[in-house]
Design a protein around this ligand. Structure first.
Ligand code: HC0
Length: 576
């Protein structure tokens, strides 16, 4: 690798040719502040927080986009730079709704942190005209508050470049510039897919999920209500970050203990329903392969992806598995099977889900998601909302013991927990489908070709004399690329897994926000996914079809996978 030599603050460093000053400084242990910069997503050098002095240059240069060169002399913290950055912050504050006490991002707002670091002691230093905007609460899952927007354009870039959706952009020009949808439509009127990736990258409180934590507190306090909670695979892999644990810490046991102390009547695991999904989906795959059904079969558990398919690939909705997502299968079974077993009227059950996802808030209101005649899931909250709920209820998370889920809907396998990482649903389905087809036990359960955070992965397996071709995509831009190849006939597969968020649910739009500073230099997706793969490895049972609680469910209630009853309760429909 070709390297160049330069100095940063008088320190001799070398850096790979082509790297930016920001990257070279980071490698040398020097942090240059950023606000708009997101590696490979938003490299526009616009916010001017990362300015540095380069000897011989006429102006200050933006370190996030300026490449290093041989003999360059860079200074990152001179009085001139500190003053320039402080002025930039003061100018941002001059047109910013500074309600920090009530702001959902207070404490982890990137603007607030920089103001503290740069000693901004007068937030009204540049008093003058300011803009005032109505909140946009038209979408099912989120709110845009442009009064707190700093026009960094991270949300615009992630929506367009990563997700290929592009429903937001800059409107107007100059001082009147604001971020919104075309013709100033409400987000809910556009083809937004609710993935929440815009929220995940927002540095301030301008974008946030609709918060339902108070509804949960009310339901728990109501003696008429039986309140059941399920937690998605990925929540355990990231919730700890909200309480100061290093990224990559599994907090499953503490999370369960916290939910019990909040007062839920039963603490269950979405993983149980992920095993159930595999039973139904593997059955559907084998049925389509053996009986000439529509192929490729495409997974249906990511609601952002489903909405994207309906909006952008309506001619492929027949390829979608008819299986409800695990969240919805879980809700359906709580209000039918569990309600019957316990003798509870399903109308008195409040079914709550904790998800790493904002699109799940949209999914619970879709048609045909009401197996017992009432919604399968009543309230979907994000990992971030759960952290707020834990704090609001005065629970000392770090001091909690580790506890286990309740029976019977808390029992799950290693195949289920890996659902939260891209490729996990595929691997779980293969473990079951291959054993079903061959009638033999797999010698190696790990389908490593479909692991990892690459946007598109493919593999081919010889199973019982058949070539089974599979592909996995995460992030909707990657999904589009893969589906275009399928539609053109360039690629042919039997089974495709698609997850709406890049890297899968571990990187969902409802997960703890990671500041740009950390995100730009950390492989967040792999670190969180490693929690799930370790969890899988540690399980005694690692195949969905061996889950005793799921076997019992079929014996007692559903009959066989794909049965009439299974179809009535666990499958759904799509719109074109
Ligand atoms: Fe996922 Fe799911 S794995 S979509 O990514 O399939 O949100 O974690 O809960 O429903 O199980 C999210 C995560 C889930 C569902 C499961 C699936």
């Amino acid at each position: 690798m070709e390297t160049v030599n330069l100095t940063i603050n008088g320190l001799k460093v070398s850096a790979p040719a082509g790297s930016t000053i920001l990257e070279a400084a980071h490698a040398a242990g020097i942090r240059i502040p950023t606000l708009c910069y997101l590696k490979e997503i938003n490299e526009i050098g616009a916010c001017r927080m990362c300015v540095v002095e380069v000897k011989g240059a006429r102006n200050l240069v933006a370190a996030c986009v300026h490449p290093v060169s041989e003999g360059m002399e860079v200074y990152t913290n001179t009085p001139k730079l500190i003053s320039s950055r402080k002025k930039t912050l003061q100018l941002l504050l001059s047109n910013h709704d500074k309600k920090c006490l009530s702001c959902v991002r207070s404490g982890n707002c990137e603007l607030q942190q920089l103001c503290r670091e740069y000693g901004v002691d007068d937030e009204n230093y540049f008093a003058g005209e300011s803009n005032h905007y109505e909140l946009d609460d038209s979408a099912a899952h989120m709110i845009r508050d442009n009064n707190k927007c700093i026009l960094c354009r991270r949300c615009v870039a992630v929506c367009e470049k990563v997700q290929g959706v592009g429903v937001i952009g800059t409107n107007n020009r100059g001082f009147a510039t604001f971020i919104g949808s075309a013709f100033d439509m409400g987000l809910g009127e556009t083809s937004c897919v609710s993935c929440g990736q815009c929220i995940a990258v927002c540095p301030t409180g301008a974008l946030y999920e609709k918060d339902y934590t108070d509804k949960i507190i009310e339901a728990i306090a109501d003696p008429e209500k039986y309140v059941v909670v399920q937690t998605a695979p990925s929540v355990r892999a990231a919730l700890g970050e909200e309480f100061g644990y290093p990224m990559g810490t599994d907090v499953e046991g503490k999370m369960v203990a916290a939910l019990r102390r909040i007062g839920f009547d039963r603490v269950f695991d979405t993983d149980w329903a992920a095993d159930l999904t595999i039973m139904e989906e593997a059955h559907e795959l084998l049925d389509r392969v053996q009986n000439g059904g529509k192929l490729p079969l495409i997974t249906s558990c990511s609601p952002g992806w489903i909405k994207y398919c309906e909006h952008y690939f309506p001619d492929m909705t027949e390829n979608l598995s008819s299986c409800k997502s695990p969240q919805q299968m879980f809700g359906a079974m709580v209000k039918t099977y569990f309600a019957e077993k316990q003798g509870i009227d399903p109308k008195n059950i409040v079914s709550v889900s904790v998800m790493p996802c904002t699109a799940k808030k949209f999914e619970i209101g879709r048609d045909h998601q009401n197996a017992a005649g009432v919604p399968d899931v009543d309230i979907a909250i994000t990992t971030r909302e759960l952290a707020r709920l834990i704090r609001r209820c005065g629970i000392e998370f770090t001091a909690l013991p580790e506890e286990g889920f309740d029976d019977p809907m808390g029992e799950s396998t290693g195949a289920a927990v890996i659902f939260g990482a891209t490729g996990g649903v595929m691997e779980a389905a293969l473990r079951t489908a291959v054993e079903t087809l061959t009638g033999e036990e797999l010698a190696n359960l790990e389908f490593t070709d479909v692991r990892g955070t690459k946007g598109i992965k493919e593999a081919e397996y010889q199973v019982a004399g058949m070539d089974i071709r599979v592909a996995v995509a995460s992030g909707l831009g990657n999904a589009r690329e893969l589906l275009e190849q399928v539609k053109s006939g360039e690629k042919q597969y039997h089974f495709i897994e698609i997850m709406g968020c890049p890297g899968g649910c571990v990187n969902g739009g409802g997960q703890p926000q990671v500041s740009g500073d950390v995100r730009n230099f950390t492989d967040v997706r792999s670190i969180r996914a490693s929690v799930l793969y370790r969890n899988d490895q540690a399980k005694v049972i690692r195949k969905s079809h061996e889950n005793p609680a799921i076997k019992k469910l079929y014996e007692e209630y559903l009959g066989e996978p794909g049965s009439k009853k299974a179809h009535e309760t666990l499958h759904t429909t799509y719109v074109k």
